[in-house]
Design a protein around this ligand. Sequence first.
Ligand code: X2X
Length: 334
Amino acid sequence: MKLISKAALATILATSAFLGAAHAETLRLSHNTGDTTTWHKGAEKFGELLSDKTDGNYDVRVFPNAQLSGGDQMKQAEMVGRGALDLVVTSAINVTPLVPEMAVFSLPYLYANYDQVDATTQGEPAKLLENILRDKGIEVLAWGENGFREVTNNVRPIKTPEDMKGLNMRVAGPMYIDVMNALGANPQQMQWGETITALQQGVVDGQENPIGAVIIPQQVFEVQKHLTAWHYSYDPIFLGVSSEVWADLDADTQEQMRAAATEAMEYQREITRKGTAEGVAFLRDKGMEVYEPSDEELTAFREATKPAFDTWAAKVGTDIVGSFQDAIAATPAN
Ligand code: X2X
């Protein structure tokens, strides 16, 4: 038998590499924060893992700052649902216009700690939301973390609900309008992409976002003086794929994609929690005045925001709220 020449072998290898590359399918992933955030890092990690696991058959291009939805952070979910975007990393609160039940995660003071969060987002309760999202054309692959949202402003330290009175607050979504109204603040719904400039120019006095995922990587400390770690509302993110894309994948690829998403969101939660744990010291170092309320002070915020909890718990419905509350009650509050 004649051995194949080295030159012929090189040609064959180069051709198959070329064909392999030509067959790689690039999926587009949209998210609505900057390219320094843990959302972005989690999305990039997903792309690397998906490419590894599918031997280069699939790769992912990540588009930050809601570029693919004309800057509209709430529109992304609906676009994925009708197949106009392949993939999305978005937070629960951004999906509430499409699926009001997604507000359940962010009900004021629902969770006391991360164990309680994980008992719902990584457990059965989140499946109830996954089923609703599936009906809207979105397959949830894994849950990550935006985090406990903390309030910042340029007017005064916030220590009691009364301190919120009259402050002009940028908020992301409808539920937070009700929460801010309950506290006597003036809420204004605004895209995240416009918020830093609005804070800088004094169009609004303050905003609320998680420390590790957003406040630090997006340098909110450059434009805000005071932060109160009031942990008033938790916000998960999820990595979702359009049902159209999902249905076209064979079972092996579906499994590889889900595994890549699970690992990527695990990594994303880890770096987010690390950034948050180290965050208060970092922010003080940067010149922010950080106030950490006592348990009694937190109770006052919880009571003041109760009307918004009740309004939104009714919108979500007792089945879902009850499932979350049961899982939380079964998990120690510390
Ligand atoms: O807009 C926000 O505040 C952000 C980045 O946290 C969300 O996307 C909900």
